[in-house]
Design a binder for this molecule. Structure first.
Ligand code: IDP
Ligand code: MG
Length: 176
């Protein structure tokens, strides 16, 4: 199927970026979104959201055995955003910085804006597979190809129709 083939060739990825409840409470939503905008990533979906317990448990199911799991579930309740772009998963993780904000480099979101692991203000998908699982977008053609198509599948954080397909005016100035 052509769009799938092209998407796999150019390795378009999606990442799910969540401003966590402490980021929302501390008025850091604009600051955090701004860092991804300035980098040149395309915003494709954004919503303010109160996270139900079942969704938080599914999102963090790999951490179920950890001692901090119950407090992590309590911590996560609102404020998701999603971004997409070529290579965005690894790049977003670098912008975000280490899980423990005391080890995160200055210049990263956690390095600049947070102190404790249990209050580290933001989430970013840790792999392209989890980017798909969390955003529900399983492939899209980059704007540069001028053939746009996207696929929705069941997603943790976004329902069908909640992600936008658009071409930023700056696209040709970011990607050769
Ligand atoms: P990540 O968010 O950098 O990918 P993960 O290891 O996936 O880090 O952990 C998910 C989230 O769980 C962290 O962002 C943090 O909020 C919380 N967490 C991880 N380790 C600890 C801990 O030792 N104490 C308290 N919370 C933790
Ligand atoms: Mg993680």
């Amino acid at each position: 199927f052509l769009p799938h083939l092209v998407a796999s060739l150019v390795q378009v990825e999606q990442t799910y970026i969540m401003v966590k409840p402490d980021g929302v409470q501390r008025g850091l939503v604009g600051e955090i979104i701004s860092r991804f905008e300035r980098k040149g990533f395309k915003l494709t979906g954004l919503k303010l959201f109160q996270c139900p317990k079942e969704l938080a448990e599914e999102h963090y199911k790999d951490l179920k055995s950890k001692s901090f799991y119950p407090t992590l579930i309590d911590y996560i309740t609102s404020g998701p955003v999603v971004w997409e772009g070529v290579g965005v998963v690894a790049s977003a993780r670098k912008l975000i910085g280490s899980t423990n904000p005391l080890q995160a480099e200055p210049g990263t979101i956690r390095g600049d804006l947070a102190v404790q692991t249990g209050r580290n203000v933001v989430h970013g998908s840790d792999s392209p597979e989890n980017g798909k699982r969390e955003t529900g977008r399983s492939g899209s053609i980059p704007d540069i190809v001028f053939l746009k198509h996207c696929f929705s599948c069941s997603a943790l954080w976004f329902k069908e129709g909640e992600l936008c397909e658009w071409t930023p005016a700056q696209a040709p100035w970011l990607m050769e």
